[in-house]
Design a protein around this ligand. Structure first.
Ligand code: AMP
Ligand code: MG
Length: 411
């Protein structure tokens, strides 16, 4: 049997960061920046007011007080974007709004709150420091500096910075297109009536959602039966729209393990047993003329889910241009014993991880779900973590300190 680490390496060998493309800012949202963005200008580009008030020469207000306010004629009105008022002479002032360019001759802005708000003449009741309420050219970004580094994930803040330095487009690794296809003659679309021996299909919903949560464009192709011709045809059909294909089902040792059967004849997919539980049967390789990566996950819903978290997620990260990090791990104290874990296979147990802040070996606890069968998906909804039971360990006492992988949060 293959180790989990070996399978992760084999999966990662199949993928590389997607070719960067230049995208409009909102299309780039969620993408990963492929090249540095540097600013061709200083920000602010000109000295401007940080408040609504009056642009003055600070010296003119030296003697101002509440008892004896200084009165100045207001010679101009400067809204943001207005460059017509170029200068104020000594003994005069201009009404100025936030973001408006500071006129020559002024070296301070007096907030409107310090004044009577006058339009022709304004009374100002206190002195002002030179530089008050002025945003200086270049105090945010100096011309030529890098404002976003390659590898940056383009969220709200990053897009704001790109836009503020005037970029309409940015070079990004696009969101990977993930196509999800399930197999199984017993599967029925949820929402439709079900017959004897059938089950409602859930894997493709789970994996499509997980791929979306992982920053990909995911397409649920749905499911096909266990007939080799239609499985083959559907896989070939989705290749044009896929940067990676995920299938579920049909990869174990049964008679109708159609994915294994079809892909053994086509492409480079190899099928292995990985020393883990759940999720032992795994396939990985490429198919089609463009050697599209394909990962064939087991059909049991929990196996499929765990396989996504361990193997698919790092591959998606690499396609996105991110480091292929595994799930983040913490140590936690078990709040219940684990009576059995198979020797020679690493178990991943669905669990609820909680921070209780206690002193001692770790401030976290992990409560393993009581239903751990690979078909028992009820515990998936509340689980936020996977407890790792190493290959050599066959049982664990309550209170044992274990490694726990945090599952990604729903958005
Ligand atoms: P298989 O790997 O195809 O042998 O399937 C293993 C188990 O997982 C069987 O009990 C299937 O009915 C179940 N299963 C397979 N595919 C799905 C699916 N897409 N949704 C829900 N259960 C599935
Ligand atoms: Mg099946």
């Amino acid at each position: 049997m293959k180790t989990v680490e070996q399978h992760i390496r084999d999966v990662l060998d199949l993928v590389e960061p997607l070719e960067p493309i230049e995208l409009d800012l909102l299309r780039a949202h969620g993408g990963v920046l492929a090249e540095a963005v540097s600013s061709t200008v200083s920000l602010p580009q000109f000295d401007n007011s940080s408040m609504d008030g009056y642009a003055v020469a600070a010296d003119d207000l030296a003697g101002a007080s509440a008892q004896e306010p200084v009165r100045l004629p207001v010679v101009a009105d400067i809204p943001a974007g207005d460059v017509s008022a170029t200068a104020v002479r000594r003994g005069h002032c201009a009404r100025i709004m936030t973001g408006a360019p500071l006129p020559r001759g002024a070296d301070a802005v007096v907030p409107v709150e310090w004044t009577d708000g006058g339009l022709a003449t304004v009374a100002i009741d206190r002195p002002v420091q030179p530089g008050n309420a002025i945003r200086r050219i270049g105090e945010d970004v100096e011309k030529g500096t890098t404002v976003l580094r390659p590898g940056a994930r383009l969220g709200a803040g990053e897009l704001a910075v790109a836009a503020a330095v005037g970029r309409g487009t940015v070079p990004v690794h696009p969101r990977p297109r993930v196509v999800v296809l399930s197999t199984g003659a017993e599967l029925v679309e949820p929402g439709s009536p079900i017959g004897p021996g059938q089950i409602w299909e859930s894997n493709s919903y789970m994996l499509t959602a997980a791929a979306l949560d992982a920053g990909c464009s995911a397409f649920r192709r749905g499911f096909v039966g266990d007939d080799p011709a239609s499985v083959l045809e559907t896989i070939e059909d989705v290749l044009v729209q896929a940067d990676i294909v995920l299938t579920t089902g049909g990869v174990s040792m049964g008679a109708y393990d159609v994915v294994k059967e079809v892909l053994s004849r086509l492409g480079t997919v190899s099928f292995d047993k990985v020393a883990m539980q759940p999720g032992m049967p795994q396939g990985a390789g490429t198919v089609g003329g463009s050697a599209t990566p394909i990962l064939t996950l087991p059909g049991n819903p929990v196996s499929s889910y765990v396989s996504f978290q361990l193997f698919v997620l790092p591959a998606l990260r690499r396609l996105r241009g991110l480091p292929p990090d595994p799930l983040p791990a913490v140590h936690a104290r078990l709040t219940a014993a684990v009576p059995h874990s198979p020797k020679g296979r690493r178990s991943y147990l669905r669990a609820v991880l909680e921070y209780d802040g206690s002193a001692g070996p770790t401030p976290y606890t992990a409560q393993p779900a009581t239903r751990q069968g690979s078909h028992q998906l009820s515990a998936l909804a509340e689980a936020n973590a996977l407890v790792v039971v190493p290959e050599a360990v066959t049982e664990l006492e309550e209170g044992s300190v274990v490694e726990v992988l945090r599952l990604p949060d729903a958005p």
